[in-house]
Design a binder for this molecule. Structure first.
Ligand SMILES: [Zn+2]
Length: 191
């Protein structure tokens, strides 16, 4: 009953499929049993976070520990979409594969499904922010930036560098039909 398909959403191996441009869930070709809001409400009565997405055949068993992040900005980005009651969602945007040459992966909110952003765009924005004047004293050295650009820093090291400068970033939902990269969608919260 917590499977996304009950409200008409498509999922693959426990990950909601989203339209990359809009961040909206991809709808299946079947009759939904409940509305998305009702489904969200049911899911939220279970354990925290996105655990409900990891059920069903083929899903890995939950072992109480989190998998290491596979994407640079995973967990750093927060959803800036408004809920029905007008409050901001602030759910974590999680990295997932996407079918686009320009954006082979995206970050998407699994709490509300209303916000997603191109993975390469978000990663690029984070890099610019971390090494910008605005980072102030926390800004890493030019040497670090060169190593970053040369691909010498592993993912967890780059994530640590980001975390030393930025607590999180709030991402505004993209405009439907706007396919240009809008850097201003990502708003940093500096340390
Ligand atoms: Zn959200």
């Amino acid at each position: 009953m917590t499977a996304p398909r009950v409200c008409g959403y498509r999922a693959n191996r426990g990950e909601l499929l989203l339209v990359p441009e809009t961040g909206k869930p991809v709808l299946g070709q079947w009759e939904p049993i409940v509305t998305p809001d009702r489904w969200q409400a049911v899911c939220s009565t279970f354990s925290a976070g996105s655990l409900y997405m990891h059920r069903g055949s083929g899903a890995p068993r939950l072992q109480g520990k989190r998998a290491a992040p596979r994407y640079l900005a995973g967990g750093i980005l927060r959803c800036g979409a408004k809920r029905h009651d007008g409050t901001v969602c602030h759910g974590p945007l999680c990295g997932q594969k996407a079918k686009s040459r320009k954006s082979p992966y995206t970050y998407a909110c699994r709490d509300c499904g209303r916000c997603s952003i191109s993975g390469p765009l978000a990663d690029d924005v984070l890099e610019r922010l971390v090494f910008s004047e605005a980072a102030g004293q926390a800004r890493p050295s030019e040497n670090v930036h060169q190593r970053w650009r040369a691909g010498e820093l592993p993912l967890d090291e780059r994530r640590k560098i980001i975390a030393s400068v930025i607590t999180r970033c709030v991402v505004r939902p993209g405009m439907k039909g706007n396919h240009t990269w809008d850097y201003s969608r990502v708003e940093p919260v500096w340390r």
